[in-house]
Design a protein around this ligand. Structure first.
Ligand SMILES: Nc1ncnc2c1ncn2[C@@H]1O[C@H](COP(=O)(O)O)[C@@H](OP(=O)(O)O)[C@H]1O
Ligand SMILES: [Mg+2]
Length: 287
């Protein structure tokens, strides 16, 4: 058995790459005839692999995974998970007192994974640390894009600004290329696009969209209306490691390993574009 890297950033890449390969194998084996079966098989294979390797190589760390039972429930002090009566006496989840928590989305863009020919799906592996110095406290992360044959990671942050920026978004001739969900775009998106003079780049997977901003295929990613910590933790770790702006749509800091794992909105873009985009967002979401 191969021994994984000791350094957390390289370990995150190692994990994401392996889960990504397992997902490619599942896609090839199961096929696309039954999308629901393919989604379920992909979620399970990637989650099991990540959980097993984390238990083996980082046994002292806590894990928050999309595919864990009860992962979406908020912890409410004195009330138990989600405000329900607490059958366990109300003990908080281990992650809330842990020094280090792996925040993982074994398969982001599950819908696109099940659609033949699409490459906008990803594996997210992020590490949150109580000692983390950035406001998001993410200290390592990797995003595998298996069908794009690439892995982005904090261990080797891509160059900033992206190579393909050109004059886009700088008030020049090129419009801002705005990546957004192809299936659940924010309600204010049409108004925002008109206001900023943007062109829309619809895509699946938060990881794939943030990867597009990191590599310069898009200038910004805006989301609102619902998401969880695992949807953005790893791509935000990589984006900020490269020098990109990442925040809530009201400009406030993204926070991870919170009692409530909901993190419903975010914006990721180049730093030079952030003031203009955040000002436009204020007009459209009324913050
Ligand atoms: N309104 C919403 N509520 C909850 N999750 C949402 C959401 N909109 C997007 N997401 C989640 O964010 C991820 C990216 O979404 P999209 O592809 O639409 O941009 C998806 O993760 P999963 O594929 O891991 O479920 C999706 O489930
Ligand atoms: Mg997701």
């Amino acid at each position: 058995m191969a021994t994984p890297p000791v350094i957390d950033g390289a370990f995150a890449r190692w994990l994401a790459e392996r889960a990504g390969q397992a997902l490619l194998d599942v896609r090839a084996e199961v096929g696309h005839d039954d999308p629901a079966a393919l989604k379920a098989a992909g979620d399970k294979v990637a989650h099991d692999l990540l959980r097993t390797e984390l238990a083996r190589w980082r046994p002292a760390d806590a894990v928050l995974s999309e595919e864990d039972d009860g992962s979406r429930r908020a912890w409410v002090a004195g009330a138990g998970a989600g405000g329900d009566p607490a059958p366990d006496g109300g003990a908080p989840p281990a992650r809330l007192s842990a020094e280090r928590v792996w925040i993982i989305d074994p398969l982001d863009g599950t819908r696109e994974f099940s659609e033949e020919g699409r490459s906008d799906w990803a594996v997210h592996v992020a590490l949150w640390s109580r000692q983390g110095s950035a406001s998001h406290q993410l200290v390592a992360g990797a995003v595998a894009l298996p069908a794009q044959h690439r892995v982005l990671g904090t261990d080797q942050p891509p160059a900033y600004p992206p190579m393909t920026v050109g004059t886009a978004g700088a008030g020049g001739v090129m419009p801002v290329r705005l990546a957004a969900s192809r299936s659940r775009p924010p309600a204010f998106l049409t108004g925002l696009v008109e206001d900023v003079g943007a062109v829309l780049v619809p895509m699946g997977s938060a990881g794939a969209k943030i990867a597009a901003v990191i590599s310069g295929e898009a200038d910004a990613y805006v989301h609102a209306g619902g998401q969880y910590e695992w949807d953005s933790a790893a791509p935000v770790a990589v984006a900020t490691a490269t020098g990109l702006h990442a925040s809530r749509v009201d400009g406030s800091a993204l926070k991870y390993n919170e009692p409530d794992p909901k993190l419903p909105d975010l914006v990721v873009c180049r730093k030079d574009l952030a003031p203009r985009l955040l000002a436009a967002l204020q007009r459209h979401i009324g913050v």
